[in-house]
Design a protein around this ligand. Structure first.
Ligand code: NDP
Length: 246
């Protein structure tokens, strides 16, 4: 029960990596806060986690709205009193080659993936500053390090998260708040299910560990970064990609 009595807010935790992260923290005794745009769905997921004997609550919140984030965090604090760990996980793709990339698809990806991280981190770190401790973990992507054809918007948003986190890590180190990033490679979720089988087969050829990642592979690193074992790690990006970018 490594995270007993701690409150962990995970954005985009109604499915995929975020849900696996929430389940992993819940199994370690944390009270997990499930966030997605669909409130009833977030509450239903939280109820499923509670049905397994763990602690969870769910809230509808669009991370692109600073006002909505502030309102949601106020509600969480009213009920749960604290937020010890933040996992910025909500993210989307709107892939296209630059010449065909619609302005709205550029804006939307930056709004959700990068401004969303700014909004939630800004509001939640205020709580952590008062507590004089906290762990912020954001899920970027190896694409934010290597770039990728057809993903200029996504790559820019994820590279932005890495640079943002290094800056915030420097700003908050004096208050014992660490800020780190996980950059996953190809992890099997709804997001990657959209990728054609031909492209998936090509990617697999370049993964030394010869498999796509599972959500649990990312969740495990999240638990590590949130644990006391990682107390002296800040401003770092941990790549979880089976060796894809070696
Ligand atoms: P999914 O598409 O499976 O899940 C995304 C989650 O984000 C959902 O819970 C969704 O809920 C939520 N979400 C989307 N937009 C918003 C918003 N505006 N406000 C609040 N919540 C939102 O994605 P994955 O699990 O695959 O990915 C999770 C993260 O990991 C993303 O940041 C992604 O970029 C990153 N990643 C994923 C990789 C992969 O291979 N799968 C590889 C590298 C990085 P709802 O739609 O109900 O709001």
């Amino acid at each position: 029960m490594q995270f007993k009595d701690e409150v962990v807010l995970i954005t985009g935790s109604t499915r995929g990596i975020g849900l696996a992260v929430a389940q992993a923290f819940a199994e370690q005794g944390a009270c997990v806060i499930i966030i997605g745009r669909d409130g009833p769905q977030a509450q239903a997921i939280a109820a499923q986690i509670r049905a397994k004997g763990h602690l969870a609550d769910g809230f509808g919140c669009d991370v692109t709205s600073l006002a909505n984030v502030q309102e949601t965090v106020n509600k969480i604090l009213d009920i749960h009193k604290r937020i010890d760990i933040l996992v910025n996980n909500a993210g989307i793709t709107r892939d296209n080659l630059l010449l065909r990339l619609d302005e709205n698809d550029w804006d939307e990806v930056i709004r959700v993936n990068l401004k969303g991280v700014f909004n939630v981190t800004k509001v939640v770190t205020k709580v952590m500053l008062k507590a004089k401790k906290g762990k912020v973990i954001s899920i970027a992507s190896v694409i934010g390090i290597t770039g990728n054809i057809g993903q200029s918007n996504y790559a820019a948003s994820k590279a932005g998260i890495i640079a943002f986190s290094k800056s915030v890590a420097r700003e908050f180190a004096y208050r014992n708040i660490t800020v780190n990033v996980i950059a996953p490679g190809y992890i099997r979720t709804d997001m990657t299910a959209k990728i054609s089988e031909a492209v998936q087969a090509k990617v697999l050829e370049h993964i030394p560990l010869s498999r796509f990642g599972e959500v649990a592979d990312v969740a495990g690193v999240c638990l590590f970064l949130a644990s006391p074992a990682a107390n002296y790690i800040t401003g770092q990006t941990i790549v979880v990609d089976g060796g894809l970018t070696i």
